[in-house]
Ligand binder design. Sequence first.
Ligand SMILES: NC(=O)C1=CN([C@@H]2O[C@H](COP(=O)(O)OP(=O)(O)OC[C@H]3O[C@@H](n4cnc5c(N)ncnc54)[C@H](O)[C@@H]3O)[C@@H](O)[C@H]2O)C=CC1
Ligand SMILES: O=C(O)[C@@H]1CCC=N1
Length: 289
Amino acid sequence: MTFDIGPTAADGAGSAPGGGTILLLGAGRMGGAMLRGWLAQGVPASAIAVADPSPAPDLVELAARTGVRLNPASGAPVDTLVVAVKPQMVESAAAGVQTMLAPHTLALSIMAGKTLADLRRLFPAAGSVVRAMPNLPAAVGRGATVAVAEAGCPADRKERAASLLTAVGSLEWLADEALVDAATALSGSGPAYVFYLVECLTRAGVEVGLPADVSERLARATVEGAGALMGATGQPAAELRAGVTSPGGTTAAGLSKLMADDHLQSLLNATLRAAAQRAAELGGTGPKA
Ligand SMILES: NC(=O)C1=CN([C@@H]2O[C@H](COP(=O)(O)OP(=O)(O)OC[C@H]3O[C@@H](n4cnc5c(N)ncnc54)[C@H](O)[C@@H]3O)[C@@H](O)[C@H]2O)C=CC1
Ligand SMILES: O=C(O)[C@@H]1CCC=N1
């Protein structure tokens, strides 16, 4: 059985984002979010196949409903291979897709830590490789992604990568691959820091007397609303903060604790350093755990 998912970009296939055939290797939280974004942006389901040995029930349902191929037998090369497995899994996952790589194939990775050199070693027959780092808000079309292409990557391959990445949010191309681990620490991992802030605000609300359920609703709505306001106005964060802070008021009293001695800044500096360091460790053949 061949891996028959329609015409290839080399055949002049499709004007949909991404164009040509796509194999998504790993469709968990991030891969699944990207898949949903592509479908929402009009990438034909018939052009997409997913390889995942343990697909979640909602992914199985999505594939059945849309016609995305789930775990078809391997065969003919694809135009774009999107690598969305855990970095610790990629050595074994890569072995199964070697026959789907050809000079017209773009290997687009979203794995933390794995470098362009790693990708070149893992997918030697792919014509081009691009390393990207999206984040989980891609699930609602609000991802923030950075990407870097290997030297000499043709413009049309970068455009193909860009169309798949911008289907789920914003994209910044980085000229220096060394910055990807830093961006991973900030925007890749960043949503978790924000969710933790909501958890902490909830507990702090309880500490000052609010019922837990009220506190959680208020904490969530505050972070959602502040983010939406920042997005809608485009104003600098410091300006927006000043707008909340009446001289001698409650916010100034609260911030006098939050901003004291730059504790939070130091903590975030250490947080990003640790995350970037971990990204660096995940590169190469990487640790197993
Ligand atoms: N979760 C996040 O917020 C972000 C994750 N990433 C990157 O995305 C990648 C995936 O992360 P998640 O989606 O969070 O993980 P996940 O665990 O939700 O998904 C990984 C998927 O890979 C599948 N898988 C395992 N072995 C496989 C194999 N041999 N062949 C094909 N599929 C296989 C699993 O069944 C699972 O569905 C990682 O490399 C991570 O660094 C990047 C940005 C953000
Ligand atoms: O925690 C991780 O390794 C992945 C990469 C960025 C967000 N999640």
